[in-house]
Design a protein around this ligand. Structure first.
Ligand SMILES: Cc1cc2nc3c(=O)[nH]c(=O)nc-3n(C[C@H](O)[C@H](O)[C@H](O)COP(=O)(O)O)c2cc1C
Length: 156
């Protein structure tokens, strides 16, 4: 059974709720999914043994949620080689702000800079997630996890 870690960065709960939905969807599809708050995450979680799903809001002026910034900075300090890591990013934002979904873009760019491989294109949600946004995100994450499973199988 392939493992997936769903990391969320939130200030007001939307990304957390969505991350829980994604984790449950992955679990139902047979993946071993763990949902982790970036506030409690350590760089060692990105060890390549599991796919990484980043689910992050944007706050301030196009910035990462405050509670996720220490985790991001720990990775910036450590700069691990993420050559063996596969990931995908779901960004939550609001197009009323000039820097729409910047948090998701920041994570995509950073993980790929550290050598990780993006499984599927970023998924973005504008405003508080509605039912169809959540359904779309669940389909999206299953596609990413399916690709992860296929690539992992190829490497065996
Ligand atoms: C103070 C504040 C600043 C925000 N800044 C941005 C922003 O720069 N870009 C963006 O796309 N969304 C921005 N948002 C919208 C949030 O990213 C969006 O509401 C998201 O769903 C919140 O997720 P969370 O509940 O997980 O924190 C901002 C929201 C607030 C309250």
């Amino acid at each position: 059974m392939e493992g997936v870690v769903v990391l969320f960065g939130t200030e007001t709960g939307n990304a957390e709720d969505l991350a829980e939905e994604l984790g449950a969807t992955l679990g139902e599809a047979g993946f071993e999914a763990e949902v982790v708050d970036m506030e409690e995450a350590e760089p060692g979680l990105l060890d390549g043994s599991r796919a990484v799903v980043v689910c992050t809001a944007t706050h301030g002026d196009g910035e990462l949620p405050i509670y996720s910034q220490d985790f991001y900075e720990a990775l910036e300090d450590e700069r691990p080689d993420l050559g063996g890591v596969m990931y995908c990013v779901c960004g939550l934002g609001d197009s009323a702000y000039p820097d729409f979904c910047a948090g998701g873009r920041i994570w995509s760019a950073f993980l790929s800079e550290l050598g990780a491989r993006e499984l599927v294109e970023r998924y973005e949600i504008d405003g508080d997630p509605e039912e169809d946004d959540v359904e779309g995100a669940c389909e999206w994450v299953l596609k990413a996890a399916g690709r992860f499973a296929a690539l992992t199988e190829e490497r065996r």
